[in-house]
Design a protein around this ligand. Structure first.
Ligand code: PLP
Length: 349
């Protein structure tokens, strides 16, 4: 395993020795009763970081999004989101199954849209229609290849939402990547949205957990739905300690992951049979296409895997590589060598 370059996702990161020490030392209590001091410390830290009234620790990014949707929407309401959005594509139809909402799609470039994309999708408040209730912004956008929202575009969506009384939720699973890439602070993005979530278990390197933050009345509802969805946790300080460690120690270093992603993309762009837009690599995700002579993406991924480079196909000719704290720069060089061998001898692929 030591040799494996695991670029499948930034979720594969494992707790470091220092993080494990923080886990071992965590003070705990029963968080369903509100008495886990470490969970409380994490929630206060995150509310403060995001300049939101209250924050709630939840087991996953999926739950963060789903309790947010359920807290705002009633069955028959409508959610407006880009067709790439995680909460639609990768959360097992949660919005329909758990909140009974109908979905209306924006089709934007790489999941980054404007207020003018939202407004035509808002339904008139007439008896025949669903109630347009909520908009989701995803920053960075995963399917868009880690694309970053310029702050002005979040503000623009906020302004459009205000004209129609819509709640704006920011799925910031990788918000800290967006912050490191732009120099904006988390609160700069958070101020334009009603609710916001961040994952600790992606590039921040914690084993479990996400935060959702917003106004007190929203979080009261979110806490109730967290319990309903089975996310009420007991001595959760054990994992909250890792989340606190992650947010306090592993943010600035995301810049290394971004540099590694760019280095990988730049090298791939020079190889025969690979198509990648290097300028689109803004954070830690590289999406690239391979030409037919290299075979299909699944076959290509298998050939890479045989050479200890792991990544995921995301389409018939498309693959995704994600950099993170368990892939040092030397492993990027190792991966580039493997790509070079496969692409320059297509018979090997
Ligand atoms: C990973 C991710 C989530 C959360 O996914 P989990 O599998 O529940 O951790 C939510 N939104 C985005 C954009 C993600 O990339």
């Amino acid at each position: 395993m030591a040799n494996v370059v695991d670029l499948r996702s930034d979720t594969v990161t494992k707790p470091s020795p220092a993080m494990r020490q923080a886990i071992a030392n965590a003070e705990v209590g029963d968080d369903v009763h509100g008495d886990d001091p470490t969970v409380n410390r994490l929630q206060e830290y995150m509310a403060n970081l995001l300049s939101k009234e209250v924050a709630l620790y939840v087991p996953s990014g999926t739950m963060a999004n789903q309790v947010s949707i359920r807290s705002v929407c009633e069955p028959g309401d409508e959610l407006i989101l880009d067709e790439t959005t995680h909460s639609y594509n990768y959360e097992t139809a949660g919005p329909s199954a758990l909140a009974g909402v109908s979905l209306r799609f924006i089709r934007s470039a790489r999941g980054v849209f404007n207020g003018t994309d939202v407004e035509p999708l808002v339904r008139p408040r007439v008896m025949h229609f669903a109630n347009s209730r909520m908009v989701i912004v995803e920053n960075t956008n995963n399917v868009g290849g880690g694309s970053v929202w310029p702050l002005e575009q979040v503000r623009d969506v906020r302004a459009a939402a205000d004209r129609h009384g819509l709640h704006v939720h920011l799925d910031g699973a990788r918000l800290m990547n967006a912050c490191v890439a732009t120099g904006n602070k988390p609160a700069d993005f958070a101020r334009y949205v009603d609710s916001i979530s961040i994952c600790f278990s992606k590039g921040l390197g914690a084993p479990v957990g996400s935060i959702v933050a917003g106004p007190a009345d929203f979080i009261d509802r979110a806490r109730r739905f967290r319990k309903m969805f089975g996310g009420g946790m007991r001595q959760a300080g054990i994992i909250a300690a890792a989340a606190l460690y992650a947010i306090q120690h592993n943010v600035e270093r995301l810049a290394e992951d971004h540099a590694n992603a760019r280095k990988l993309a730049t090298a791939l762009a020079e190889l025969p049979g690979v198509k990648v837009d290097v300028d689109s690599v803004e954070t830690n995700i590289v999406i690239f296409d391979i030409e037919l002579e290299l075979g299909g993406a699944a076959n290509f991924a298998q050939k890479l895997r045989e050479r200890d480079v792991w990544l995921l196909p995301t389409g018939p000719q498309r693959l995704r590589a994600v950099t993170h704290l368990d892939v040092p720069a030397a492993q990027i060089d190792q991966a580039i060598e493997v790509f070079r061998a496969l692409c320059t001898q297509p018979s090997a692929a």
